[in-house]
Design a protein around this ligand. Structure first.
Ligand code: IMP
Ligand code: MG
Length: 183
């Protein structure tokens, strides 16, 4: 039987490490937002796995909402960095304590454009939680308020992150074998 696992060169963050970190982040967020009107906002599709785990690790009442964004300009978008909202949030952000739940902060360009757009909707607070971060790739002046793991400058897949829309369902974060890209 064909398996995704055989395309993985090495694992960067194991399933056990991810689950332990999510539990830790959930506990921190639950303490920090106690008594607040917390809304977890996730950007599809990469953050869907982290969102599903994190929301169950949060023990205080909270809402969830999703948005879809795309960058203008096709393949070269992360350098131009303008974001377009394809599917907006269902909920009004005014007065809410909004926590953006993201898969990975890479250059940071997407969120450096999106966060001011959300800030204009007057949430009570707006912060960022990412499960992964590649600090060496940062181009925009943005850092996560909560971060799971820092990873090196390698293209990673799994735990929601894709290559060509595949590998999102791997339970760990790994690096693909070089030959997968030349298929
Ligand atoms: P940036 O921070 O604006 O550069 O873009 C971040 C987005 O690019 C993430 O939300 C991912 O969807 C995608 N991305 C960045 N690095 C990787 C990676 O290593 N693997 C898969 N997707 C990535
Ligand atoms: Mg993403």
């Amino acid at each position: 039987m064909q398996s995704m696992h055989q395309d993985i060169d090495h694992i960067l963050v194991s399933e056990e490490q991810l689950q332990a970190k999510v539990a830790e982040l959930g506990a921190r967020i639950s303490a920090d937002y106690e008594g607040r009107d917390l809304l977890l906002v996730s950007i599809l599709k990469g953050a869907v796995v982290f969102m599903a785990d994190l929301m169950r690790a949060v023990t205080i009442p909270c809402g969830i909402d999703f948005m879809v964004v795309s960058s203008y300009g096709g393949a070269n978008t992360s350098s131009t960095g303008l974001v377009k909202i394809i599917k907006d949030l269902d909920q009004d952000l005014s007065g809410k304590d909004v926590l953006i739940v993201e898969d990975i902060l890479d250059t940071g360009i997407t969120l450096s454009h999106l966060m001011p757009m959300l800030q204009m909707r007057r949430p009570r607070s707006l912060r960022l939680c990412t499960i992964l971060s590649k600090p060496s790739r940062r181009k925009a002046d943005i850092e996560p308020d909560y971060c799971g793991f820092e990873v090196p400058d390698e293209f990673v897949v799994g735990y929601g992150l894709d290559y060509d829309e595949k590998y999102r369902n791997l339970p760990y974060v790994g690096v693909l074998k070089p030959e997968v890209y030349s298929k």
